[in-house]
Design a protein around this ligand. Sequence first.
Ligand code: NAP
Length: 235
Amino acid sequence: MADEAAAQLAGYRRAHAHGLPRITWKVAASLDGHIADARGASQWITSGDARADGHALRAAADAIVVGANTARLDDPRLTVRHGVRGRSPLRVVVDSRLRLPLTLKLFGRPLAPGTVVVCGKDAPEARERALLARGVRVWRVPVLRGRVSPRALAARLAREGCHEVLLEGGATLGASWFAAGLVQRVVLYSAPLVLGGGLPWSAALKVPLARARRGTVTQVTRVGPDVRTVVEWEE
Ligand SMILES: NC(=O)c1ccc[n+]([C@@H]2O[C@H](COP(=O)([O-])OP(=O)(O)OC[C@H]3O[C@@H](n4cnc5c(N)ncnc54)[C@H](OP(=O)(O)O)[C@@H]3O)[C@@H](O)[C@H]2O)c1
């Protein structure tokens, strides 16, 4: 079972060899690649089966990372549910200037103690105190062009013992981590519906074809009515 063992150890090995976690970007999209429609609605594009499968991915991760817009618009809990057993990973929200409202579920009971908000060094201290008072952890990390540096945060996660990281979007955060060369694996759930307009999951990436990194398709599976495709990239 060498392949199974290697897959289970991938995050551990990467953390020890490179000081970075193994990062999986999970996407739930329409057949034509949109993760939200033109009005911003995204719940739910894929089926309950695909969501349950996504919760199994969460259960296998040490941390889930989302961007500020996803936290604000979806108000997610980022816990393991849908009949999947297992501990919930650390919940990490990237909010460079600490502008998210304190009313989010992630900042209330019972989720706050398992939540980390990541911001830049100049984020307001009063906001940090308000989050700390709720039991939320705040990590200040270096900023790149006004936003939390993906590489600095990835390295911090590895130092905190998070070897398997699940990036749950949205498009902007995922693209910046992908562009930084940090993503080893994309798990794409494609639903059999077409939206035409909306938010494409890779919209923020602009890669010339000649420079696009071609990955390897390691799995194509039907999950209920949807298709799950796993693509992996070498280091
Ligand atoms: N179907 C799916 O799989 C799925 C999954 C997740 C989200 N969504 C949908 O996606 C939409 C939100 O996506 P989005 O692209 O608008 O926003 P997003 O990626 O969730 O959040 C982007 C924000 O994250 C913050 N950020 C911090 N560091 C960053 C960095 N290095 N690079 C990029 N962003 C950084 C920035 O805000 P600051 O500058 O304030 O820090 C930025 O504006 C929602 O409609 C949501 O429902 C769909």
